[in-house]
Design a protein around this ligand. Structure first.
Ligand code: ASP
Ligand code: MG
Length: 451
């Protein structure tokens, strides 16, 4: 069970977490207890990064003040959750760890430099502190919990701020340090996002890395299910800012989730749950404010159902049309063309081709002038800004050929600039004017999700 920053934001939120974990244990009395992975309390990672940044520019006092404020916040939450007679050890630990970090930050500020290794040491404080508090809060409410130091379990390389886990070593440590606690009926509480090199130097997995930690530990323990507790009900059939009444998507496949995330659907970054999906462990997204809601289940296969799974869109893209009569019957043209995008490090999303022209979309216009200039040495180029990609996703698109027609006809009268369906046939992509996004999304939603 992984709880994100908003789910552990304050004492009230942590009380909700306690109730959720207690219920999980009580409703599954014959199962091993859950392992709990927590993020830093919300905004704490941002503040720690800020503290490091200030230290890096030599602003020691400001950097230390930020740490002091964070210590106060953690002390307030800890004191609210853990009764006085058992809180002294926890409060002393928090104070000592922040004091140690404070002297580190002072030294860094004096040097005016924060190397990546020190950056990781600073930001790791967020998950260390939140996980210690949650473990004590559980214990104070008769949940048999033990705090486990994730830095002793999650083994990574030394690529600080974006460390890569060593799965074999981590699973070995998980078997040694986490599995026995579970077997003894204890809830292991661990910080997400943080790990250490084989030599024990603290590392972090990159922003949002707690989901990744949960998937890694879950895969190592071969758990039945990984629950990602957050502050929304799950994946929605469309962005609620664009479609007025989106539906909850009860279940989807991992690849559908990847397509949707690529085109802007938030909630969870699919690559972070890859270790779970690769081991066939379902991942469920749940809302810690509404624990009774069913949530969204992501599995390797998805689920048999009618219609489509969800819609997504990406706004403000540019379409680049590249036309060349030299392309007629020529080989090597595409290589030459894409090489220009590569040279200017500009990713391309949608591609369609005809005999003499290629159209692509890019969402980052920064290098478009340079790209156009280079392309014009061998082709005609036309750029259209203010376009958008609307993406219709569903494993069913492969089996039910009528869906494609229904999608296209629901968009009648909206000019479609490009239409593409890849061989996987898991999605249809429409490129249209950004001004038409609301109409297009709502019509598609009406067609496939209403009623
Ligand atoms: N606390 C880290 C972050 O804010 C990791 C996480 O929340 O998943 O990026
Ligand atoms: Mg998070």
């Amino acid at each position: 069970m992984k709880f994100g920053g908003t789910s552990v934001a304050d004492a009230e939120a942590m009380n909700r977490v306690t109730a959720i974990v207690r219920r999980q244990i009580e409703t599954n009395p014959n199962d091993a207890p859950p392992v709990v992975v927590v993020s830093a309390m919300s905004k704490v990672t941002d503040r720690l990064i800020e503290s490091g940044r200030l230290a890096g520019q030599g602003d020691g006092e400001e950097a230390v003040q930020l740490l002091q404020d964070l210590l106060d916040r953690h002390m307030t939450v800890a004191s609210a959750l853990v009764p006085v007679d058992s809180s002294s050890a926890l409060l002393a630990t928090l104070r000592a760890e922040f004091a140690h970090l404070t002297s580190t930050v002072r030294a860094l500020a004096a040097a005016g430099e924060v190397p990546p290794r020190s950056h990781d040491e600073i930001v790791a404080m967020g998950e260390l502190a939140s996980s210690r508090i949650v473990a004590e809060a559980f214990a104070a409410r008769q949940i048999p919990a033990v705090w486990v130091d994730s830095r002793e379990v999650l083994v990574t390389d030394s690529e600080h701020t974006a460390a890569i886990p060593d799965m074999a070593a981590t699973c070995e440590r998980t078997r040694q340090l986490v599995a026995p606690k579970r077997a003894a009926g204890k809830v292991a509480v661990m910080g997400g996002f943080i790990g250490a090199t084989p030599a024990g130097v603290t590392t972090t997995l990159g922003r949002g890395g707690s989901d990744y930690s949960a998937a890694i530990f879950g895969a190592c323990l071969d758990v039945e299910e990984i629950q990602i507790w957050t502050d929304v009900d799950g994946m929605l059939s469309a962005d609620p800012r664009i479609v007025s009444q989106p539906r909850l998507v009860p279940q989807l496949s991992f690849l559908e989730a990847s397509e949707l995330a690529y085109f802007g659907a938030k909630v969870l970054h699919p690559s972070t749950i890859l270790p779970a999906v690769a081991n066939n462990i379902p991942v469920r997204i749940l809302n810690s404010r509404r624990p009774d809601a069913a949530g969204t289940m992501i599995t390797a296969e998805g689920r048999e159902h009618d219609g489509l799974t969800a819609l997504a869109c990406k706004r403000g893209v540019s379409v680049v049309d590249i036309t060349s009569t030299r392309m007629l019957m020529a080989h090597g043209f595409l290589r030459r063309l894409f090489e220009v995008f590569e040279r200017f490090k500009t990713p391309v999303d949608v591609v369609t081709t005809s005999e003499v022209s290629v159209s692509v979309t890019v969402d980052n216009p920064r290098r478009l002038d340079d790209i156009a200039h280079n392309l014009r040495t061998f082709a005609e180029v036309n750029i259209e800004p203010d376009m958008a990609i609307v993406c219709v996703v569903g494993e069913n698109l492969r089996g039910d050929t009528a869906l494609f027609g229904r999608a296209v006809s629901s968009l009648r009268q909206i000019p479609l600039r490009l239409v593409s369906q890849a061989a996987s046939r898991r999605n249809i992509t429409f490129v249209l004017r950004d001004a038409d996004v609301e109409a297009a999304m709502n019509r598609l939603h009406e067609e496939f999700f209403a009623g």
